[in-house]
Design a protein around this ligand. Structure first.
Ligand code: GRF
Length: 197
Protein backbone atom coordinates (compact mmCIF):
# COMPACT_ATOMS: atom_id res chain seq x y z
CA UNK A 1 0.00 0.00 0.00
CA UNK A 2 1.36 3.41 -0.99
CA UNK A 3 0.39 5.82 1.78
CA UNK A 4 -0.17 9.36 0.53
CA UNK A 5 -0.83 12.73 2.10
CA UNK A 6 -2.56 15.29 -0.11
CA UNK A 7 -1.71 18.96 0.49
CA UNK A 8 -4.34 21.48 -0.61
CA UNK A 9 -5.28 25.16 -0.45
CA UNK A 10 -8.62 25.45 -2.19
CA UNK A 11 -11.48 23.65 -3.84
CA UNK A 12 -9.83 20.27 -3.96
CA UNK A 13 -11.11 18.95 -7.28
CA UNK A 14 -7.78 17.21 -7.83
CA UNK A 15 -8.08 15.68 -4.36
CA UNK A 16 -11.58 14.54 -5.39
CA UNK A 17 -10.18 12.92 -8.54
CA UNK A 18 -7.79 10.86 -6.39
CA UNK A 19 -10.54 9.93 -3.91
CA UNK A 20 -12.85 8.89 -6.79
CA UNK A 21 -10.11 6.83 -8.45
CA UNK A 22 -9.45 4.97 -5.18
CA UNK A 23 -13.16 4.43 -4.45
CA UNK A 24 -13.79 3.21 -8.03
CA UNK A 25 -10.81 0.84 -7.73
CA UNK A 26 -9.11 2.49 -10.70
CA UNK A 27 -6.27 3.50 -8.39
CA UNK A 28 -5.12 0.39 -6.56
CA UNK A 29 -3.03 -0.16 -3.42
CA UNK A 30 -2.99 3.57 -2.68
CA UNK A 31 -4.45 5.24 0.42
CA UNK A 32 -4.94 8.86 1.44
CA UNK A 33 -3.86 8.90 5.08
CA UNK A 34 -4.52 12.60 5.58
CA UNK A 35 -5.32 15.88 3.84
CA UNK A 36 -3.35 18.93 4.95
CA UNK A 37 -4.53 22.46 4.14
CA UNK A 38 -2.90 25.80 4.85
CA UNK A 39 -6.39 27.37 4.90
CA UNK A 40 -9.02 26.30 7.39
CA UNK A 41 -11.91 27.19 5.06
CA UNK A 42 -10.56 25.22 2.08
CA UNK A 43 -13.44 23.25 0.57
CA UNK A 44 -10.96 20.41 0.09
CA UNK A 45 -11.10 19.77 3.86
CA UNK A 46 -14.85 19.27 3.56
CA UNK A 47 -14.30 16.76 0.74
CA UNK A 48 -11.86 14.85 2.98
CA UNK A 49 -14.37 14.81 5.86
CA UNK A 50 -17.15 13.61 3.54
CA UNK A 51 -15.00 10.61 2.65
CA UNK A 52 -13.80 9.80 6.16
CA UNK A 53 -10.26 11.04 5.56
CA UNK A 54 -8.55 12.91 8.43
CA UNK A 55 -8.04 16.58 7.53
CA UNK A 56 -5.93 19.15 9.30
CA UNK A 57 -5.08 22.82 8.82
CA UNK A 58 -1.41 23.69 9.32
CA UNK A 59 -0.66 27.37 8.64
CA UNK A 60 2.88 28.56 7.91
CA UNK A 61 2.21 31.84 9.71
CA UNK A 62 1.64 29.99 12.98
CA UNK A 63 5.35 29.11 13.06
CA UNK A 64 8.26 31.37 13.95
CA UNK A 65 10.08 30.62 10.69
CA UNK A 66 9.66 28.73 7.42
CA UNK A 67 12.11 26.15 8.78
CA UNK A 68 10.01 25.52 11.88
CA UNK A 69 6.94 25.11 9.69
CA UNK A 70 8.86 22.71 7.43
CA UNK A 71 10.08 20.68 10.38
CA UNK A 72 6.61 20.45 11.91
CA UNK A 73 5.05 19.38 8.61
CA UNK A 74 7.78 16.79 7.94
CA UNK A 75 7.44 15.36 11.48
CA UNK A 76 3.65 15.26 11.12
CA UNK A 77 3.84 13.35 7.83
CA UNK A 78 6.55 11.00 9.16
CA UNK A 79 4.30 10.22 12.15
CA UNK A 80 1.65 9.20 9.61
CA UNK A 81 4.24 7.01 7.79
CA UNK A 82 3.61 8.85 4.52
CA UNK A 83 5.33 7.43 1.44
CA UNK A 84 4.26 10.10 -1.04
CA UNK A 85 3.27 13.75 -0.63
CA UNK A 86 0.86 14.98 -3.33
CA UNK A 87 0.58 18.74 -3.85
CA UNK A 88 -2.89 19.24 -5.34
CA UNK A 89 -3.50 22.96 -5.69
CA UNK A 90 -1.22 23.71 -2.72
CA UNK A 91 -0.21 27.36 -2.87
CA UNK A 92 2.55 27.39 -0.24
CA UNK A 93 6.19 27.35 -1.35
CA UNK A 94 7.59 24.53 0.77
CA UNK A 95 10.81 25.25 2.67
CA UNK A 96 14.04 23.49 1.72
CA UNK A 97 14.20 21.43 4.92
CA UNK A 98 10.83 19.89 4.06
CA UNK A 99 11.82 19.19 0.44
CA UNK A 100 15.05 17.56 1.66
CA UNK A 101 13.15 15.46 4.23
CA UNK A 102 10.85 14.05 1.51
CA UNK A 103 13.27 14.22 -1.41
CA UNK A 104 11.96 12.30 -4.43
CA UNK A 105 8.67 11.67 -2.62
CA UNK A 106 6.79 14.90 -3.39
CA UNK A 107 4.78 15.42 -6.59
CA UNK A 108 2.84 18.42 -7.88
CA UNK A 109 0.18 19.00 -10.53
CA UNK A 110 0.69 22.11 -12.67
CA UNK A 111 -1.95 23.32 -15.17
CA UNK A 112 0.29 23.78 -18.23
CA UNK A 113 2.74 21.82 -20.33
CA UNK A 114 5.98 22.57 -18.47
CA UNK A 115 8.29 24.33 -19.40
CA UNK A 116 5.60 26.67 -20.75
CA UNK A 117 3.74 28.97 -18.37
CA UNK A 118 5.39 27.79 -15.17
CA UNK A 119 7.64 29.11 -12.43
CA UNK A 120 7.17 32.00 -10.03
CA UNK A 121 3.83 33.74 -10.38
CA UNK A 122 2.25 31.11 -12.61
CA UNK A 123 -0.57 29.61 -10.58
CA UNK A 124 -4.33 29.23 -10.88
CA UNK A 125 -6.03 31.35 -13.52
CA UNK A 126 -2.82 33.28 -14.23
CA UNK A 127 -1.46 30.24 -16.08
CA UNK A 128 -4.45 30.14 -18.42
CA UNK A 129 -4.47 33.93 -18.88
CA UNK A 130 -0.84 33.71 -20.01
CA UNK A 131 -1.54 30.82 -22.37
CA UNK A 132 -4.40 32.74 -24.01
CA UNK A 133 -2.35 35.96 -24.18
CA UNK A 134 0.44 34.09 -26.01
CA UNK A 135 -2.08 32.54 -28.35
CA UNK A 136 -0.99 28.91 -27.95
CA UNK A 137 -3.29 26.41 -29.59
CA UNK A 138 -2.40 23.54 -27.26
CA UNK A 139 -1.90 23.61 -23.51
CA UNK A 140 -2.37 20.94 -20.86
CA UNK A 141 -1.14 19.76 -17.49
CA UNK A 142 1.99 18.27 -15.98
CA UNK A 143 2.69 16.08 -12.97
CA UNK A 144 6.28 16.45 -11.79
CA UNK A 145 8.51 15.72 -8.84
CA UNK A 146 9.11 18.71 -6.59
CA UNK A 147 12.64 19.97 -6.09
CA UNK A 148 14.02 23.20 -4.63
CA UNK A 149 12.89 25.28 -7.63
CA UNK A 150 9.40 26.31 -8.75
CA UNK A 151 8.03 23.77 -11.26
CA UNK A 152 11.60 22.65 -12.11
CA UNK A 153 11.58 19.01 -10.94
CA UNK A 154 11.61 15.95 -13.21
CA UNK A 155 8.45 15.48 -15.28
CA UNK A 156 6.41 12.33 -14.61
CA UNK A 157 3.42 12.71 -16.93
CA UNK A 158 1.83 15.30 -19.24
CA UNK A 159 -1.42 15.53 -21.19
CA UNK A 160 -2.24 18.03 -23.91
CA UNK A 161 -5.53 19.91 -24.25
CA UNK A 162 -6.65 22.00 -27.22
CA UNK A 163 -7.39 25.68 -26.79
CA UNK A 164 -10.73 26.49 -28.45
CA UNK A 165 -11.96 29.66 -30.15
CA UNK A 166 -13.65 31.92 -27.63
CA UNK A 167 -11.93 30.36 -24.62
CA UNK A 168 -11.70 32.49 -21.49
CA UNK A 169 -9.22 31.72 -18.71
CA UNK A 170 -12.13 30.12 -16.84
CA UNK A 171 -13.31 27.85 -19.68
CA UNK A 172 -9.74 26.84 -20.44
CA UNK A 173 -9.02 26.11 -16.77
CA UNK A 174 -12.11 23.91 -16.59
CA UNK A 175 -11.17 21.94 -19.74
CA UNK A 176 -7.57 21.47 -18.58
CA UNK A 177 -8.81 20.16 -15.25
CA UNK A 178 -11.39 17.80 -16.74
CA UNK A 179 -9.32 16.48 -19.64
CA UNK A 180 -5.85 16.51 -18.14
CA UNK A 181 -5.35 17.19 -14.41
CA UNK A 182 -7.98 14.80 -13.06
CA UNK A 183 -6.67 12.10 -15.41
CA UNK A 184 -2.91 12.31 -15.02
CA UNK A 185 -2.68 12.96 -11.28
CA UNK A 186 -4.22 9.58 -10.28
CA UNK A 187 -2.34 7.92 -13.18
CA UNK A 188 1.01 9.31 -12.00
CA UNK A 189 0.33 8.13 -8.43
CA UNK A 190 -0.43 4.65 -9.79
CA UNK A 191 2.85 4.65 -11.73
CA UNK A 192 4.73 5.54 -8.55
CA UNK A 193 2.86 2.83 -6.59
CA UNK A 194 3.86 0.33 -9.29
CA UNK A 195 7.46 1.59 -9.09
CA UNK A 196 7.36 2.29 -12.83
CA UNK A 197 9.10 5.60 -12.24
C1 GRF B 1 -5.38 23.25 -10.24
O1 GRF B 1 -5.52 23.88 -11.47
C2 GRF B 1 -3.95 22.86 -10.03
O2 GRF B 1 -3.30 22.43 -11.18
C3 GRF B 1 -3.37 24.15 -9.56
O3 GRF B 1 -4.36 24.71 -8.72
C4 GRF B 1 -5.63 24.23 -9.09
C5 GRF B 1 -6.23 23.58 -7.89
O4 GRF B 1 -7.52 23.14 -8.09
N1 GRF B 1 -2.06 23.98 -9.03
P1 GRF B 1 -8.24 22.20 -7.04
O5 GRF B 1 -8.07 22.80 -5.64
O6 GRF B 1 -7.63 20.82 -7.12
O7 GRF B 1 -9.68 22.20 -7.45
Amino acid sequence: MLKTAVLVSGGGTNLQAIIDAIENHKLKDVSIECVVSNKEDAYALRRAEDHGIPGICIKPKDYASKEEYGKYLADFLRDHEIDLVVLAGFLVVLPKNFIDAFSGRIINIHPSLIPSFCGDGFYGLKVHEAALARGVKVTGATVHFVDAGTDTGPIIMQKAVYVEDGDTPETLQKRVMEQAEWVILPAAIQMIQQKKI
